[in-house]
Design a protein. Structure first.
Length: 274
């Protein structure tokens, strides 16, 4: 995505159309569009030819971008789990790992980054009916590996609004749910985590379209991405007008939900009932 955005900036600065750029590397206009969005891998020769077309002759600048192209083609750690993942999900894991701010509304279950191992196993078993125990454990292992990002030195800011429905819908037995609720209480105390609960008592709210995630990145050249998971695919939205609508919906959810301290009190109340 970073390389693609820089190539787009260079192309637009020279007033070159996507069609002309595609012609220069024996590709279509849509291929250039996918490259600039970071949706396809990069051939070093193609990047070299585009840089020449865009008038980039300084060797240090060329080498910086070519190095980025080589890095972009290196498979991430999560690619070893692609045998148990839907085809659209590895892209999300990569984006999640690169994000500096992750904003979420979740209604079905506790978000994957906040799940305990036992709760995650119950969720995966429910979602992967008929899967072998080994495949279930590999999916759980991936989820736990993703969670390390929240505790790293370069951990992102993680802001989440959890609908009360996600907390009252049981996955696993009572011990599993108690462990999950206590984990939410504990992790909500972390300085990079802002956890709020949208209670049933509020009634209708701006999250009526369902769960979504907004990913923001440290590089100013990268636009925010909205991720929404569906039954057989996922949507990745990065148009400014689309992102703005989801940002407004999340802002209203945050304003209408109790703050982090009050939300912890709600979690403690649910824990007592469990």
């Amino acid at each position: 995505m970073l390389l693609g955005s820089q190539l787009r900036r260079l192309r637009e600065a020279r007033g070159i159309t996507r069609e002309a750029a595609g012609y220069s590397i024996r590709a279509s206009e849509s291929k250039i569009s996918r490259m600039e969005l970071g949706r396809v891998s990069f051939k070093t020769r193609d990047v070299e030819d585009l840089l020449t077309l865009y008038g980039i002759t300084d060797e240090s600048e060329r080498e910086s971008l070519l190095s980025l192209a080589r890095e972009a083609n290196v498979a991430g750690w999560w690619h070893s789990y692609t045998d148990v993942l839907p085809s659209w999900f590895p892209t999300y894991v990569g984006l999640e790992g690169a994000a500096s701010l992750i904003r979420v509304y979740e209604v079905q279950f506790v978000h994957g980054l906040l799940q305990t191992e036992d709760y995650a196993r119950a969720v995966v078993r429910r979602g992967m009916k008929g899967a072998s125990p080994a495949d279930v454990e590999r999916r759980v292992a991936l989820r736990l590996e993703r969670q390390k990002h929240l505790f790293a030195n370069s951990a992102p800011e993680f802001h989440i609004v959890l609908d009360e429905a996600a907390l009252r819908r049981p996955y696993g037995d009572r011990a599993v749910m108690r462990g999950q609720l206590q984990h939410l209480i504990d992790i909500s105390e972390r300085p990079n985590v802002r956890l709020q609960i949208m209670p049933f008592s509020f009634g209708g709210h701006s999250g009526e379209s369902g769960a979504f995630t907004i990913l923001s990145f440290p590089d100013a050249d990268l636009s925010d991405v909205v991720y929404m998971e569906q039954l057989t695919s996922a949507l990745y939205l990065d148009k400014r007008e689309d992102v703005a609508q989801y940002e407004q919906a999340l802002k209203e959810l945050q304003q209408d939900s109790p703050g982090p301290a009050e939300s912890r009190d709600l979690l403690r109340g649910l824990l007592q009932l469990c």
